[in-house]
Design a protein around this ligand. Structure first.
Ligand code: ZN
Length: 72
């Protein structure tokens, strides 16, 4: 979820670096933009993540607002 703040010329949205495992709902925080940088390095603009809780892999990208999006 991004936080949106009304400013003079519109709305400013700040992306929060959180996402959840689509398998077990484990909550992740992307400290230091490590995963964000991995997404940006990939030409397809997504990265694969292995969940530390359930061990399953899922895909991670971000939407136009900068929020993380995950899928199986
Ligand atoms: Zn998981």
């Amino acid at each position: 979820m991004s936080k949106c703040i009304p400013i003079k010329n519109g709305i400013l949205c700040i992306a929060e670096p959180y996402f959840r495992c689509p398998h077990c709902d484990k909550f992740f925080v992307d400290y230091n933009d490590i995963r964000l940088n991995r997404i940006n390095k990939n030409k397809s603009l997504y990265t694969k993540v292995r969940c530390v809780k359930c061990g399953k892999k899922f895909y991670l990208t971000y939407d136009i607002k900068g929020d993380f999006v995950t899928w199986k």
